[in-house]
Design a binder for this molecule. Structure first.
Ligand code: SF4
Ligand code: MG
Length: 323
């Protein structure tokens, strides 16, 4: 299989400063043991409650959050954190990110042609005399009219602005795009259009996506694989079908219990979580989910479960599946 991205035990801690000398007093363990593999041309949905570390995982993979605290990020087999400045600069075209809020991620002072073309010029990706045609083509590919290219972001609707963000990423001819809640800020009627656009671009260009979302129905629709995060860790991941048909981790089951299911028999398996998510500055020992897990055993409080492959491509971190 053709793996474009492999993440092994990735950790990203942020220091908490305080006191008279502004010393480090602890760490927010935003990403704390994330492991997965992503196939080229696939979409991996990343789900979990807000604050579980989805966005930080995406940003840490792209080296947009400073140094990592631990673990590996292998992009096309190479450690991203070993790239030289020059290699990183080049890799920036191959690894892109699209954000939730198309309003704040576009400069209000630049016309669309500049927004889409700025980095293309900086990276010298196309000859000068082909530049205008190139930008037109990318805009068209994203469903934007090239004759609008001298207009400014405020003249466009939210959906159009997200198309501009996608065009800006696409213009660099990327292989991999982190999509961080790309449709969450949009009207439901517009969401499907943007999802379809991302899907079409993937088909045409063989793109790979890490698709961060709290919307399980969107994730089920667009993803080939799904990863479930809780308190900075990846508790389960696998093919979308397997995860939705046969969720194995108690947290995944609880998360999916929130989806309305018409089948009354399925209701018997529902798990409703008590309590709130512990602070990532002071996560529970052992399995981080043990304070809320209805199946917690003694060992769960002491020993962190290892990630095990329970069916082909379906990985779970939970002591319920220890031999
Ligand atoms: Fe629950 Fe234990 Fe599994 Fe954690 S390891 S999810 S506490 S059963
Ligand atoms: Mg987020």
């Amino acid at each position: 299989e053709d793996i474009i991205l492999e993440v092994n035990d990735l950790k990203k801690y942020f220091p908490i400063k305080g006191g008279m000398f502004n010393r480090t007093q602890g760490f927010v363990k935003a990403v704390d043991g994330v492991s997965f593999k992503l196939r080229r041309g696939h979409t991996m949905g990343l789900v979990g409650e807000s604050g579980c570390g989805k966005s930080t995982t995406g940003r840490t993979i792209l080296r947009l959050a400073g140094e990592k605290t631990g673990g590996q990020v292998l992009f096309n087999g190479r450690e991203v954190y070993d790239f030289t400045a020059k290699e990183l600069h080049d890799a920036r075209t191959k690894m892109q990110i699209i954000f939730q809020d198309p309003y704040s991620s576009l400069s209000p002072r630049l016309p669309i042609s500049e927004i889409v073309g700025e980095a293309v010029r900086e990276h010298n990706l196309v000859p000068k005399d082909e530049f205008d045609d190139y930008i037109d083509k990318v805009m068209e590919e994203c469903g934007l009219q090239p004759y609008h290219k001298m207009r400014y972001p405020h003249e466009f609707s939210g959906g159009q602005r997200q198309r501009i963000c996608i065009a800006r990423a696409l213009a660099l001819n990327p292989e991999f795009i982190v999509c961080d809640e790309p449709v969450s800020a949009l009207d439901v009627s517009i969401q499907a259009q943007i999802i379809n656009l991302l899907h079409d671009l993937q088909e045409e260009r063989g793109l790979t996506y890490l698709f961060i979302s709290h919307d399980l129905s969107v994730v089920e629709h667009i993803s080939d694989a799904v990863g479930v995060m809780y308190l900075g860790g990846m508790v389960e991941y696998g093919f979308t079908e397997d995860i939705f048909r046969n969720p194995l981790h108690p947290y995944t089951k609880a998360l999916f219990s929130a989806i309305p299911i018409p089948d009354p028999k399925a209701k018997q398996n529902r798990i409703v979580l008590e309590g709130s998510i512990p602070s990532p500055a002071n996560p529970p020992k052992g399995c981080k989910f043990h304070t809320r897990c209805p199946f917690a055993k003694d060992c769960c409080k002491e020993i962190a479960p290892e990630q095990k492959e329970l069916e082909p491509g379906h990985f779970v971190s939970c002591h319920l599946y220890d031999e």
